[in-house]
Design a binder for this molecule. Sequence first.
Ligand SMILES: [Zn+2]
Length: 377
Amino acid sequence: MMDACNICDEPLGAPVYESARPVSITSLCQVLDGPTRVWHCENCGHTQTAPLPALEKFYAEDYHILTASEDEDQLYAVREGRKIFRTEHQITTLLAKLDLSTNAQVLDYGCGKAATLKVLHGRRDDLAPYVFDVGEQYRDFWNAFVPTDNQAVNEVPTEWAGRFDAVISFFALEHVVAPKAFVAEAHRLLRDGGTFYFLVPNVFANTADLVVADHVNHFSESSLHRLLTDAGFAVREIDDTAHNSAWVVVAEKSDANGTPPVINSVADEVTAMAEYWREFGNRVRAFENTNEGEAAIYGSGFYGTFIHACLERPEAVACFLDQNPHRQKQTLLEKPILAPEALPETVRRLYVGLNPRVAREAMAALKWPQELEVFFP
Ligand SMILES: [Zn+2]
């Protein structure tokens, strides 16, 4: 159970959200046993999810994010027909925000296969790349560009303390049960004046983050600020516009003043999101029960999986649709993932499994050969 806030240690009361059924869905679209329970801390504005008992096994055995191939990546946006992948966008943003000196030593902390660091190193081969993560499963990816002495698994070598010009981290801190220890470690590893640069999901821009089972932390601007200043960082920037649905955070190991804290309460927004997810299954089933015929789900990510899990008769779903060519080689819940133009002509109903903020706009850009009944999230 959740006794205290991960960020400010304030005691937590009743959960703000509990899933209707004892089933939870992870960021990798796996369906696990056990309910998702979420708490909000009014003291610091942090929101957090109780880690599932099944998560330990999940990280040890199942959490192989995008390790299927070297070039697998998530689709970030489609602009004027051009697909932009997440890694590419992350590098563009990082280079715009970070002034990395020649030969800077850069550690990707909790790096996974370190795809972003690899592309960064490709653009700036003067940089000295270092990697750290738990588990040996990423070694083959690292070996392509990181010297063995610059790789660490499970434990960081003593001599790395105070070494780094920059510690970078992409979508790791939301998974961490002890975020204060993670941030303290980044602080310890940086030299004085060094920069901690990281990305985490922004639940306020993508409501699904609230109910992703393996995202333990759902940060607000206020809780990010608190986490960093408590660890001795000066906050330079907490940006919610540079990367869709993410916070881009820049902090400096420095005694100088950073940006002032944000004290707006987000309790009402979190409560509204919890209500949205409590009702979501009922809305899906109402659509399911008033329409007939074969169905497809547009989007093979979290929203699509969540919709599938809500259905009373999931066997009516023939396939998922996804614009990401990497996804089209795969299956989800034993169903094929097809390109949108490959929608079978027998399908009559379409569930849109996208962020509700962008779902209508994304659908308006598409043409279908047949008449479709459409469910919007
Ligand atoms: Zn708190």
